[in-house]
Design a protein around this ligand. Structure first.
Ligand SMILES: CCCCCCCC/C=C\CCCCCCCC(N)=O
Length: 519
């Protein structure tokens, strides 16, 4: 059995390598370039932009105009921004400026009451924003306009931030390449022949390209952390039950999935993670004790190089080297002796995620009019001849939903039990002062469509969703292909602030976000 699994693994890798060769011939290595960033305000953290607006060093209207210009400059190459509310945003920016100019509140009062006053932001199109489309990349929802705004977006608006539009996602947000038959495919700002990840892929790209000041993503299998990683920015999936999942499509249908799913910030600068999560969490932010100081030198640091799963690609040497450098950096700078782990159950990341993700409702019910295996196969043929509203991977995922466990059966319960065992192991290891460093993903951004050859690579992030733990994707520079690399840092439940402290420290040591290729 073990031998056969090894043989299948080697065969899969061999086929994926041959396919990669053909992908490289097909796409070449030169994609479209995006223009250099010329406005300094786009190279500032959101907290600094907010301060400058409050202190009348720049107006909200000027910041918004700069973002709009930048979005227009980069979107033909990236196809990441899909719907705007520029006019309404401009009205809100004028109102913000008028409030500041009126002098009715001091900058200190504004900082307390409306910390992001006048700061433009974007979110993915699976989040309800009143008056904008709410499709999740599903053709059946193409005319659906949200009649209310998701809790998390409302909280950000109450903090003074201004939503300027929506970014692209994969069909039903359930794949890690951003492509659908409504808005098309999104390209990576570092190399447009490569993927941006998913499902918050449009958001990853617009943040990396500096088209908005901060972004909001959501993550049930890595959808914040993978696009953050592929696009060289910071992204945080919060502790379970911290940020309201209201107003998101698809909604989490079970208690378990509500724990897996998290909405969080996607940003160019680590310093923005904490204040944004504080606002997004609303009343629940108090349990995170975000203002408690964290001494990185006092943290217990654990790390693991690979899940050792035979269903997943080996971890790229650039990522392994980067993780080693992080361990060395923490030793030299903070005298922290990190401990290497070999957590056996991480090998089972793929079956744990795949089986515990089962719901009563079948996947195809969200994306197709006709249901059942036969209907899916018919739709696949239609896809091949270019006549389907569904993506091929959407249909493959629908088909795969007819394999493995059924919601609530013995197989499902077995995998829930495995998840609980791993949860206990992580809780004991991390305690109140521990962090776990782990690859966010085994490879840098693949060519478009290439994830089909390596479908389960998302499990490095997916397994952390099953545990409900907070995790931040941290950029660590560019690898040998000129594409972003990095790791994720995981902490115990409600210890999100430890992830932020590590993110800020590694940003200092490794440079954080790097402006993408310029024309
Ligand atoms: C060609 C071989 C295809 C093998 C079957 C692939 C089945 C894939 C099923 C599920 C993949 C889910 C990927 C989740 C990515 C992120 C989800 C998220 N919203 O956080």
């Amino acid at each position: 059995m073990g031998f056969m699994v090894q043989v299948v693994h080697v065969l899969r890798l061999a086929i994926a390598s041959v396919a990669r060769f053909f992908f490289s011939l097909y796409y070449g290595n030169e994609g479209a370039k995006i223009p250099a960033i010329t406005d300094d305000i786009l190279k500032k953290p959101a907290v600094e932009v907010a301060k400058k607006i409050r202190n009348k060093e720049i107006t909200s209207v000027e910041v918004l105009e700069t973002c709009i210009r930048r979005i227009k400059d980069v979107n033909s190459a990236l196809n990441c921004f899909i719907e705007d509310r520029f006019e309404l945003a401009m009205k809100e920016a004028r109102e913000a400026d008028a409030l500041i100019q009126s002098g009715s509140k001091t900058p200190e009062q504004l900082e307390k009451e409306k910390p992001f006053l006048g700061v433009p932001f974007t979110t993915k199109d699976c989040m309800a924003v009143k008056g904008l489309h709410h499709t999740s990349g599903v053709v059946l929802r193409k005319d659906l306009i949200a009649d209310r705004t998701a809790d998390v977006i409302r909280l950000l608006e109450e903090s003074g931030a201004i939503i300027i539009g929506l970014t692209n996602v994969p069909e039903l947000c359930m794949w890690w390449e951003t492509h659908n038959h409504l808005y098309g495919r999104t390209n990576n700002p570092y190399n447009t022949t490569r993927i941006v990840g998913g499902s918050s892929g449009g958001e990853g790209a617009i943040q990396a390209a500096a088209g908005s000041i901060f972004g909001v993503g959501s993550d049930i299998g890595g959808s914040i952390r993978m696009p953050s990683y592929f696009n060289g920015i910071f992204g945080h999936k919060p502790s379970k039950h911290t940020v309201s999942n209201d107003g998101q499509f698809p909604a989490a249908e079970t208690e378990l999935h509500d724990a897996f799913l998290g909405i969080g910030p996607m940003v160019r600068y680590a310093v923005d993670l904490k204040p944004l999560l504080g606002i997004m969490a609303g009343e629940k932010s108090s349990k995170l004790k975000l203002n408690e100081p964290v001494n990185v030198g006092k943290l217990k640091v654990y790390y693991q190089f690979s899940s050792d799963s035979l269903l997943v690609d080996p971890v790229d040497k650039d990522i392994t080297e980067a993780l080693k450098k992080v361990v060395e950096y923490l030793k030299v700078k903070h005298n922290v002796n990190a401990e290497e782990k070999k957590i056996e159950l991480l090998k089972k990341s793929v079956p744990i995620w795949m089986n515990t993700m089962k719901e009563k409702k079948k996947y195809e019910e969200h994306i197709m009019v006709n249901h059942g295996v036969f209907a899916i196969i018919v739709e696949m043929f239609k896809n091949i001849i270019g006549c389907s509203g569904n993506t091929l991977i959407g249909l493959i995922t629908a088909l795969s939903d007819h394999t493995g466990a059924e919601y609530g059966d013995e197989k499902y319960k077995y995998h829930v039990a495995l998840k609980e065992k791993l949860e206990k192991e992580f809780a004991e290891m991390l305690g109140d002062d521990g962090v776990f460093l782990y690859p966010t993903h085994p490879t840098p951004a693949l060519y478009h469509n290439e994830p089909l050859m390596r479908p389960f690579n998302f499990s490095y992030t997916g397994i952390i969703n099953c545990l409900g733990l907070p995790a931040t994707s941290i950029p660590l520079g560019l690898g040998r292909e000129g594409l972003p690399i990095g790791i994720q840092v995981v902490s115990n439940l409600n210890n999100d602030r430890l992830c932020f402290a590590v993110a800020e420290e590694l940003e200092k040591g490794f440079g954080g976000w790097i402006e993408p290729q310029k024309s």
